[in-house]
Design a protein around this ligand. Sequence first.
Ligand code: SF4
Ligand code: SF4
Length: 91
Amino acid sequence: MKQGWKNLPIGCIIEKGGSSRDFKTGDWRKQKPEFIKDNCKNCLLCYINCPDGAILIEDNEMIGIDYDYCKGCGICQKVCTANAIEMKSER
Ligand code: SF4
Ligand code: SF4
């Protein structure tokens, strides 16, 4: 019989859960955000809203995009009011 979640003992720990850090999702992308540093005002709205934690920050400044994890959803571009992120085709 196939085992389901109801068969798990209460309070058990699943050790092989892993971390999203182990799964690079950048190759899912169809569109790529490009950072235009000269336009950036460092409001960090892109950082707060990126669902993949793919906005790179150093000393409280936006410094770029981690393409290993960015899925190209375009949220960062939508929230940026300074035209500092442009979505381009991956091709
Ligand atoms: S939302 Fe735009 S202006 Fe604000 S930090 Fe990000 S890229 Fe810079
Ligand atoms: S495109 Fe989406 S996943 Fe990539 S940096 Fe912007 S908000 Fe994050």
